[in-house]
Design a protein around this ligand. Sequence first.
Ligand code: F0G
Length: 434
Amino acid sequence: MQSVLKCIDCGAEYPLDRLVYSCITCGGLLDVIHDLEALRGQVTRDLFDARLGSLEIPYRSGVWRFKELVYPDMADDLIVSRPEGNTNLYHVPDLAAWAGLRHLWLKHEGENPTGSFKDRGMTGGVSQARRLGMNRVACASTGNTSASLASYAARGGMQAIVFFQEGQVALGKLAQAIAYGATCIQIPGDFDVAMRLVRQVAESLGIYLLNSVNPFRLEGQKTIVFEVLQQLRWEVPDWIVVPGGNLGNSSAFGKGLMELRELGLIDRLPRLAIIQAEGANPLYRGYRSGFAVHERVKAKTLATAIKIGDPVSYDKAVRALHWTDGVVEQVSDQEILDAKARIDASGIGCEPASACALAGARKLAKAGIIRPSERVVGVLTGHVLKDPGLIVDYHTNRIEGIHATYANPLLRVEPTLEAVRAVLAETESAGRQR
Ligand code: F0G
């Protein structure tokens, strides 16, 4: 059997080459379902380990290394890859101690070609666009998806059309989308409005939709957890902590983990912790109500990447939480920016939304939900240079309502040896006190 598209609600199936984004019968979200029976035995840890360090296309990509579980039927010559993945998994004892944990790793997805995890999904999605013969692709974005789409579309010879909220996209991301040649459309409406608009645009104008409602995106994104497991020598951590915005990533993790267990590559599932910003917390609200209510919120957070009030993959994220006995936590902008300052000062760095992983792990450890002895992997979703403005504003204490707890202030010194000597003595004693 070839892979098929299957509705997560009513089970209706569609062939892979059918141009659908949600179920025609009931409107439910679609999964790409692979024939796991046929893959059993063929897909092993050894197979994936043997491809590590490969110089061959497509296997040197950290996505296509797992091709059998991503898109087995995709012709290699249609694949658009930069190649993505192969990101570092940092063991961070200092940050672990700060979070009240003993075993913490950070998987840095900001080390992808365009600086965010989106590249893993985009290689799948843009390759599918090619397979379908589409020459225009579109998305709504808080920034990273647009940067990634712009890059991959350019590589694949397609026009990218990206929609975002005017004035709400961090500079690094906006600059990328423009630079890679996307048609950039700003609207006077938030991400959720842009998302609804692009769905209409895609349907009416025959443009291929590459938001994470597109299930081929999620097939690529799930390789984050595959790679983590491979880097941990297939020893399953107790927790995977991930920021939640449009909820594509967390949904993809749930599906990927279930597949690995089904195929016997792992024998148990880690628990998923999805972390949202307090001002953009629809999943958290649902979780607190036992998913009795599904609220949409008017999103507000300084972590603009996750400023989303009506996430498209909500139902799949709920499913992932059920599968993994997962939890949802929320963190304030203050907690996000303080955690970010710690990650940045550790020399690793990340964008604001990514710091939800550490802020959330710390909060869950404090609440006793994550135990100090448990092995925790946090996912850093974006690169430190994505949002440079917020970094300078934080460290110069210029953000209203935020205290720069871990400020590294910019110094201004007269150009004399004496003045420099005096200021360095001051910073040395301040450093000793820290
Ligand atoms: N972190 C970063 C840096 C992001 O850019 C996003 C989403 C998320 C976390 C949340 O991931 O949506 O899978 O739950 N950014 C999208 C965008 C919405 O348009 O770039 P999610």
